[in-house]
Design a protein around this ligand. Structure first.
Ligand code: DX5
Ligand code: ZN
Length: 216
């Protein structure tokens, strides 16, 4: 089992992005989580590809791009140009998810599928072996700093059981309301990678906080 940490850029200081990315470069973070929103799939807009072009130039960590947008197929090339290793699309936003996954792979990226809090993990039965990661949203997507939804532990258990039963290598990521108090239980419950926005960037000491996550 992995114990990866992907700090979420959404909670960085947008007035000092280069400084915050440099801090992430110097930290023990494994990846940098990038939340792209369109104001349609979620009730918020974050940042787009012109900004990410500069983020990718500055960041030395692999980018894990979480697209909270409708019709993510339209932006596969743009995501690829950011140098992202992982392109994560929402189950709820993809009518032809299998085709979308094939296109992400054809572009040379790993494919992730994200589930909203209300979407059961059982719906992944016929796609899980085709994706490199499943992201369970532990808040309703759109904003940082929300409260962790406790039902996520039950979903994580059922997802881990499905992956173990199938014997596949699909990673499990958890995103939303993750902090130093719940991270240990999530790793022990089978999460491979935790996303943390507010808990990292709002902590007052980004490097120390990331080290605490990594030493849980
Ligand atoms: C929410 C985003 C998250 C967000 C997490 O829609 O997908 O990645 O940045 O922020 P925290 O960790 O503050 O809940
Ligand atoms: Zn996210």
């Amino acid at each position: 089992m992995n114990r990866l940490l992907s700090p979420s850029l959404l909670s960085a200081d947008f007035g000092n992005l280069a400084r915050d990315i440099d801090t992430i470069n110097r930290s023990e973070a494994d990846w940098l989580h990038i939340d792209v929103m369109d104001g349609v799939f979620v009730p918020n807009i974050s940042f787009g590809f012109p900004v990410l072009k500069y983020v990718s130039r500055l960041c030395h960590k692999p980018l894990d791009v979480h697209l909270m947008i409708v019709e993510p197929d339209k932006f596969i090339n743009e995501v690829k140009e950011t140098g992202a290793v992982m392109m994560n699309v929402h189950y709820e936003a993809c009518t032809h998810l299998h085709r979308t996954v094939q296109r992400i792979h054809a572009a040379g990226m790993k494919a992730g599928v994200t589930l909203n809090p209300h979407t059961p993990v059982e719906l992944l039965e016929d796609i899980i072996e085709d994706v490199e990661m499943v992201l369970l949203m532990s808040v309703n997507p759109g904003f940082g700093g929300q409260t962790f939804i406790e039902n996520t532990y039950a979903k994580l258990g059922r997802l881990r059981a499905m992956i173990d039963r199938k014997g596949c290598n699909t990673l499990v990521q958890i995103d939303g309301g993750v902090n130093l108090d719940n991270a240990g239980k999530l790793y022990e419950g089978g999460a491979d990678c935790l996303v943390a926005g507010n808990a990292v960037f709002g902590s007052g000491n980004i490097i120390d906080t990331i080290a605490k996550f990594k030493n849980l």
